[in-house]
Design a protein around this ligand. Structure first.
Ligand SMILES: [Zn+2]
Length: 119
């Protein structure tokens, strides 16, 4: 079961939450003077990082409050949740997994073990 720690309610089932976009982006100011390009950039262009990304989530079937999350998009591991307006906490950088989901170099370890006749 996929669970998320709501900073207001505690740990709940992941089905109670909705993704609400990239975190820490601000709406362009001067609504009447914004070019179409600037507005389209704000609405449609977002980073799509393979690795740790700051995201906005909402506890849509619970307290209905927004919060931010640091999530590794490659592994779906949640590294931190924090309230809106707070700075993201420092998290340890993680190595990116291979396309099959293994950590880099894990295949080499298997070859080394097999070479020693331990299998
Ligand atoms: Zn909540």
């Amino acid at each position: 079961m996929f669970e998320i720690e709501c900073p207001y309610c505690g740990r709940r089932d992941g089905s109670e939450f909705s993704y609400a976009g990239e975190a820490h982006i601000s709406r362009p100011s001067g609504d009447e003077e914004i070019s179409d390009e600037a507005w389209a950039g704000f609405v449609f262009m977002c980073r799509n990082i393979k690795g740790v990304q700051a995201e906005r989530w909402v506890h849509s079937a619970g307290c209905r409050r927004f919060f931010n999350m640091l999530r590794n998009t490659a592994t779906d591991q949640i590294l931190a949740v924090y309230k809106m307006g707070e700075e993201p906490p420092e998290v340890e950088k993680q190595p990116l997994p291979s396309p099959s989901g293994e950590s880099l170099g894990s295949g080499n370890d298997a070859v080394q073990v097999m070479g020693k006749g331990e299998t």
